[in-house]
Design a protein around this ligand. Structure first.
Ligand code: IZC
Ligand code: ZN
Length: 425
């Protein structure tokens, strides 16, 4: 095997390797760290991991050698919940929000998600692409190498497809790999307020089959919340989605404890997201059915809400992942490192638990565990060199970007001058 690249002199290499399932319970705090390590890369994949200078025998005339200068290396970070592609922004609601008007109240007044729906409809494909690309560049600079991307700002077929197609194009043209989710059930349009059933029928009978037929989304998601979709409506939509071959996600128990955690376990969702108000019974059901609790602490921070009970989830054996929820309303930030810092400071998770939550468990949350999420032979060489001496330092020194370099499938895409990939990747 020809070795294309060796990254040598890695001070600490956190592999985040798991044993055939997402990490849960005490295993979440377990982390394999190899000192004085190297990684050999062939054809974009990890060919060998070893220590000291035993890589020397792998070098031939074509092998490039990069020096990690004794720094910390982790798998590329995975942001498993984003509303990446959208038009406009919502800073016009910011003063309302900080004066205490609840998120759902703003939506009820016709703002919130519905205001972004309007901006997304008005935006051209190019405008949506350019805006989302800027966000992806930011994510990449912060160490994210794979992200999930939801639709949900169309609430009618044409705009949902427009959003999903932009995400597909970005996946092709940007180093960050994207996983696509259809979230047609994100809000009830004003003209269906009194007739949810009619809107749900359009989602299920028109949008879902068409999106599937066009191959534009792998997952289907529903925003189950008081004033949005009920648990019964969510169950109906997700059951139909499952029949059509979608994998399932759910926005569950974010503000009110409606039974979203229970529903995610009943339907076999891959992840159940938010869960600030999840019941203990619901969490127990999730643990039993190995549904991943995808927690979004930057949303709690931004909405000034209680954090999800991550300690209880870990104690009950629910596998936990963390993600940004990047969106123009409840979390206008792409910063997954800040999310990691809040994982410790807000959710009281340990640095090891947090790192597992944004790597291997996040890979499980988007069904990519066989390709990414850990540094193991055969997986993609997606990795981050952090300007940090150890994992604790990443979470302790908060509010800054610790990235030194980012490699995507063995190609250097960020160095200490910022994003350096060229557009053809
Ligand atoms: O645009 O407010 N929570 N959906 C559910 C969102 C946040 C996105 C938004
Ligand atoms: Zn969301």
């Amino acid at each position: 095997m020809k070795i294309d690249l060796i990254i040598k002199n890695i001070g600490k290499l956190a592999t985040c390797k798991s044993f055939g399932c997402p990490k849960s319970g005490e295993e979440m705090n377990n982390l394999e760290v190899i000192e004085d390590a190297y990684i050999a890369i062939s054809d974009g994949k990890i060919a060998e991991i070893g220590t000291k200078n035993s890589y020397e025998r792998l070098i031939d005339s074509h092998t490039k050698i990069d020096d990690a200068n004794g720094l910390l290396v982790t798998p590329g970070l995975i942001d498993s919940h984003t509303h990446l592609v959208h038009g406009g922004s919502r800073e016009n609601e910011f003063s309302k929000k900080i004066s205490g008007v609840p998120y759902i109240e703003i939506l009820k007044q016709g703002g919130g998600i519905l205001s972004t729906v309007k901006s997304t409809k008005e935006a051209t494909d190019e405008e949506l692409y350019t805006k989302a690309k800027k966000s992806l560049d930011r994510m990449l600079e912060l160490g994210v190498t794979t992200a999930e991307s939801k639709s949900g700002y169309g609430l009618e077929l044409e705009t949902e497809i427009k959003q999903l197609k932009v995400a597909k194009d970005l996946d092709k043209n940007h180093p960050i790999d994207l996983v696509h989710t259809f979230l047609g059930a994100h809000a009830i349009p004003k003209n269906y307020k009194e007739n949810h059933k009619e809107f749900i029928d359009i989602i299920v009978n028109e949008m879902m089959p068409r999106v599937k037929e066009l191959g534009l989304a792998e997952f289907c998601d529903v925003f189950c919340e008081e004033g949005v979709f009920t648990i019964e409506e969510g169950e109906y939509i997700l059951t139909k989605a499952k029949e059509m071959g979608y994998k399932l996600k759910i926005h569950a128990d974010e503000i009110v404890s409606l039974g979203g955690a229970e529903l995610s376990a009943k339907l076999g969702c891959i992840s159940s997201d938010h869960l600030m108000a999840a019941s203990e019974d619901g969490l127990k059901m999730m643990a039993k059915n190995k549904v991943i609790a995808n927690i979004l602490p930057a949303t709690s921070f931004n909405l000034n809400k209680d954090y999800a009970n991550a300690r209880k989830m870990i104690e009950l054996g629910v596998p936990v992942s963390l993600s940004s929820d990047y969106n123009p309303g409840s979390c206008p930030s792409e910063n997954l490192q800040f999310v990691m810092q809040l994982g410790c400071l807000g959710l009281k998770m340990t640095p090891n638990e947090v790192l597992n939550a944004v790597t291997i468990n996040a890979a499980y949350a988007i069904d990519r565990q066989d390709e990414i999420g850990s540094l193991e032979i055969g997986k993609k060489a997606d990795l981050v060199v952090f300007d940090a001496p150890n994992i604790e330092y990443l979470m302790y020194h908060f509010g800054i970007n610790h990235v030194n370099k980012v490699y995507k499938e063995g190609t250097l895409v960020v160095d200490n001058k910022g994003v350096i990939y060229n557009n053809t990747i």
